[in-house]
Ligand binder design. Structure first.
Ligand SMILES: Cc1ncc(COP(=O)(O)O)c(C=O)c1O
Length: 338
C-alpha cells in the first residue's frame, strides 16, 4: 500500500481533496473549543485481548461524541454572512447535537432535520443546544429534501454529517491526538458509519505512522464498507439492521476512497457481541459508551479469539488504540435482559 504514495502517505489512487495538512489546520482551529480527551486503559480488557489496549475517550468530548470536532471545524470556517444565514443538516444522531452546539458557539442558527424515529435523548440534546428541529419521514430521501427546502428558504449552509472535507479534517484530530498521546500504537481501530471518522483517522495515521495498521469496525447488520472493500466497488447500505444507530449509514463519495485505499482491514461484530462488549466496558471501566462505539471493541474481541481458516489465531499486536466514539446512550432503548 505504501509504494504508491505521495508525501503524506495517502495512495495516489485516492484523489481526495482533504489531506493531512487539513487535519493539522483543524487541530489549531478547534483547539480552544474541544476537549483534549483522555486515553484510558483497563487491565481486564487488555488481558482478555492479550495486549495493551488504549481507549481514546471521545465519549467525554463536548456533545458526547467526536462529531463535535468536525462540526466546529466546519462552522469556524464560515464567513460572517454565512453565519448570519445559519447552518442546516440532516442527522438522526450525534452530528445533530454537535452541529447545534457548534452553531450556538458562533452565534448561528442551526436547522436540524431529524427523522421522526430519532431517539429522544438525541432530540433533547439538539433542543438543549438551541437547535431548531424539523421532523421528517425516516427515509434518506425525506431527510435530504427537507434539508434542501430549508436551505433554499433560509440560505442556511449545509454541513453534512461526514462527506465534507472540513468535517473529515476535524474528525481526524481525534486520531492525531491519540497518536500523540500513545506514539507506540501498532494498530488503530475506528468504527465506520458514513466513514468520516475513519477517513480522518487514515489521514492522521498514514502521515504520522505509515506502518500502523488501520482497522475499521462495522456491525454485521450494516456492513457496507466491508462488502464494498471486498468487492472493490462502492455498495450502498440498503436496509441496515443494527443496534449501532450511528453506523447505519452508507459511505460517501469522499469517504469511500479512504476505505478502499487506506484501511487495511474491516472487522465485524453482531449486535449480541456489541451489547456484550458495551456491558463489559461499562462494568470494568465504569465509563458509559454507546453501542456504535462498542462495535470496535466487540470486533477486536471476536477477531483475536477466533480461529482463522488455517486453524490458528491471528497474531496479537503489542499495542492497539481504539477510538471510543461516543457516549450518548438512550437508556430506554437498551435491552437490559441477559
Ligand atoms: C458514536 C458514533 N460512532 C461512530 C459514528 C460513525 O461516524 P462516521 O459516520 O463518521 O463514520 C457515529 C456517527 O454518527 C457515531 O455517532
Amino acid at each position: 500500500m505504501n509504494q504508491d504514495t505521495v508525501s503524506d502517505g495517502i495512495a495516489n489512487t485516492n484523489s481526495t481533496p482533504v489531506r493531512f495538512a487539513d487535519v493539522l489546520g483543524a487541530a489549531d482551529r478547534i483547539r480552544s473549543f474541544v476537549h483534549r480527551t483522555p486515553v484510558l486503559t483497563c487491565a481486564a480488557i487488555s488481558e482478555r485481548i492479550g495486549c495493551n489496549v488504549f481507549f481514546k475517550c471521545e465519549n467525554f468530548q463536548k456533545s458526547g461524541a467526536f462529531k463535535f470536532r468536525g462540526a466546529v471545524n466546519s462552522v469556524a470556517q464560515l464567513s460572517e454572512a454565512d453565519l448570519a444565514s445559519g447552518v442546516v443538516t440532516h442527522s438522526s444522531g450525534n452530528h445533530a447535537g454537535a452541529l447545534a452546539l457548534a452553531a450556538r458557539i458562533f452565534g448561528a442558527k442551526a436547522h436540524i432535520v431529524m427523522p421522526s424515529n430519532s431517539s429522544e435523548i438525541k432530540k433533547s440534546a439538539v433542543r438543549e443546544y438551541g437547535g431548531l428541529i424539523t421532523e421528517c419521514e425516516p427515509t434518506l430521501a425525506s431527510r435530504m429534501s427537507e434539508a434542501a427546502r430549508i436551505q433554499s428558504e433560509t440560505g442556511a449552509v449545509l454541513i453534512p454529517p461526514f462527506d465534507h472535507p472540513h468535517v473529515i479534517a476535524g474528525q481526524g484530530t481525534a486520531a492525531l491526538e491519540l497518536i500523540e498521546q500513545v506514539p507506540e500504537l501498532d494498530v488503530i481501530v475506528s468504527p465506520i458509519g458514513g466513514g468520516g471518522l475513519m477517513s480522518g483517522t487514515c489521514l492522521a495515521a498514514r502521515a504520522l505512522r505509515p506502518s500502523m495498521r488501520i482497522v475499521g469496525a462495522e456491525p454485521v447488520g450494516a456492513d457496507d464498507a466491508f462488502r464494498s472493500k471486498k468487492a472493490g466497488k462502492f455498495i450502498p447500505q440498503l436496509a441496515p439492521n443494527t443496534v449501532a444507530d450511528g453506523l447505519r449509514t452508507s459511505l460517501g463519495q469522499l469517504t469511500w476512497p479512504f476505505i478502499r485505499d487506506e484501511v487495511d482491514e474491516i472487522l465485524l461484530a453482531d449486535d449480541l457481541e456489541t451489547i456484550a462488549a458495551m456491558k463489559f466496558f461499562w462494568e470494568r471501566t465504569k465509563v458509559i459508551i454507546e453501542p456504535s462505539c462498542a462495535v470496535p471493541l466487540a470486533a477486536i474481541l471476536r477477531h483475536y479469539s477466533e480461529e482463522n481458516s488455517a486453524g490458528s489465531r491471528p497474531e496479537v499486536p503489542q499495542n492497539i488504540g481504539i477510538i471510543i466514539s461516543g457516549g450518548n446512550v438512550d437508556l430506554q432503548a437498551l435491552p437490559w435482559g441477559k
